[in-house]
Ligand binder design. Structure first.
Ligand code: ADP
Ligand code: ASP
Ligand code: MG
Length: 408
């Protein structure tokens, strides 16, 4: 007997028929004698529908109430899936995040898991039932409902697998594994049988939403055996591997992109010690994550400071920057929320030079202007106009020969 965590995303539980077929899959594993914990997302489109409902009522919904609202999506699915399992003769019990005691901090809409209670689920499994857990939600110390950020059900699944020492965590989704890039943007993208943890972390952090970044972080920290695979077709999916098997890795393993970026600039900042912290400090204090940062060399004793944030935080960040401008006697604040970030990722790039220049050549030959650049040992990211996203991804995928050899 083994213990598994299965996670099913929104499309996989998108309607009654799909919930039934998920129930059949779960029943099959349960009938083989395994202990099964199922984590589910809201039915596809539901989180967006709920967000739009609140948006139709007011511009800035109360964050606490927003989490109460969004958490209902997953609550619907756990009830329906448990009923579907019961109808198949497979005993199951549903649990909200609060019922499991998924304890988080209090940062509504992007809360972090601090601890997970095991008693409720252990009892459920002991009595021979499948535990069906709502993804994406938890409670803070005061018992208020919190949510874990978009894609957060992945993190619920991996965190549960770590805490309950599951043999494996399977992330069932609407693609059959992790590809060299999003197959919806580049149809020749190639599925990988395995990907190193390091690369998966980088891909997820750079926008490949097939796994939420925090799920990958958890998996790495607790060494959770993790696999991404399709709900709708057979196959082994993609395994996330933690040990370096000493094999020479591909130069580039994939291309990630993030459409949720926005860029802000504060011009004419007096070039004095401490200004960077006076700009970044208030932004971070408001729970806005800053991604890329560029500070120009000063000429007239003033400097320009540019950084990127999540698009959802754009208007809040502009307002904060206006205040900072006044307090620092800077000249101007400007911004652009129609930009995207495209990144090449690969551990093999460590030992090779010339990748950045090839990337810039490819983009130049497509007539694509690069607005910002950032590099690390295993990735190169550029910020470009959103209208060039597809062209950039396809051109890079082709030039770096990621599609692999055609099958004859
Ligand atoms: P779920 O609802 O199951 O959590 P998501 O929509 O969150 O599914 O994630 C799956 C989607 O991730 C795929 O449909 C695909 O469009 C997208 N995706 C982005 N990058 C990749 C990649 N490198 N490999 C596979 N899928 C990717
Ligand atoms: N329902 C949430 C979302 O759409 C969480 C998830 O699906 O992982 O982002
Ligand atoms: Mg997802």
């Amino acid at each position: 007997m083994a213990r598994y965590v299965f996670k099913f995303g929104g499309t996989s539980v998108g309607d009654a028929k799909r919930i039934k077929s998920v129930a059949e899959k779960v029943k099959q594993a349960h009938s083989e004698g395994h202990e099964i914990i199922v984590v589910v997302s809201a039915m596809s489109g539901e989180t967006n529908r709920l967000t739009a409902l609140a948006g139709g009522l007011l511009v800035k919904p109360n964050p606490r109430e927003m989490d109460v609202l969004l958490s209902t999506g997953e609550q619907v699915t756990i009830a329906l899936l448990s009923m579907a399992l019961g109808a198949l003769g497979c005993p199951a019990e549903s649990f909200t995040g609060g019922q499991v005691e998924i304890l988080t901090d209090s940062v509504h809409s992007k809360a972090r898991i601090k601890d997970i209670g095991v008693a409720a689920i252990q009892n459920c499994l002991k009595s021979g039932k499948v535990a069906v857990v709502a993804g994406f939600q938890g409670v803070n110390e005061q018992g208020h409902i919190t949510t874990l950020g978009r894609g957060g059900s992945d993190t619920t699944a991996v965190a549960l697998a770590a805490k309950l020492k599951a043999s494996e965590c399977y992330i069932y989704t609407d693609v059959d594994g992790v590809y060299t890039t999003d197959p919806r943007v580049e149809p020749t993208a190639r599925k990988m049988d395995s990907i190193t943890f390091e690369e998966m972390l980088e891909m997820a952090s750079l926008g490949s939403k097939v796994l939420q970044i925090r799920a990958v972080e958890f998996a790495g920290k607790y060494n959770v055996p993790l696999r991404v695979l399709s709900t709708f077709s057979e196959g082994n999916g993609t395994l996330i591997t933690y040990e370096d098997d000493g094999m020479e890795r591909a130069l580039i393993s994939g291309i990630a992109f993030n459409r949720d970026e926005a860029k802000l600039t504060i011009n004419g900042v007096p070039d004095l010690p401490g200004v960077a912290s006076k700009i970044v400090g208030p932004i971070a204090a408001n729970n806005i994550e800053i991604d890329m940062i560029i500070q120009n060399i000063a000429d007239d004793e003033t400097t320009d400071f540019t950084f990127t944030v999540h698009r959802n935080d754009y208007h809040k960040a502009v307002a904060l920057l206006e205040e900072i401008k006044t307090s620092l006697s800077a000249k101007k604040v400007s911004g652009d929320d129609t930009i995207v970030k495209v990144s090449l990722v690969g551990v093999g790039m460590r030992s090779h030079s010339g990748i950045a220049s090839k990337m810039f050549d490819v983009l130049a030959s497509e007539g694509i202007n690069i607005k910002m650049i950032s590099t690390s040992e295993i990735k190169i990211s550029v910020v470009i106009d959103e209208k060039h996203l597809e062209a950039a991804v396809r051109a890079l995928h082709k030039s770096f020969e990621l599609a692999g050899r055609p099958v004859l």
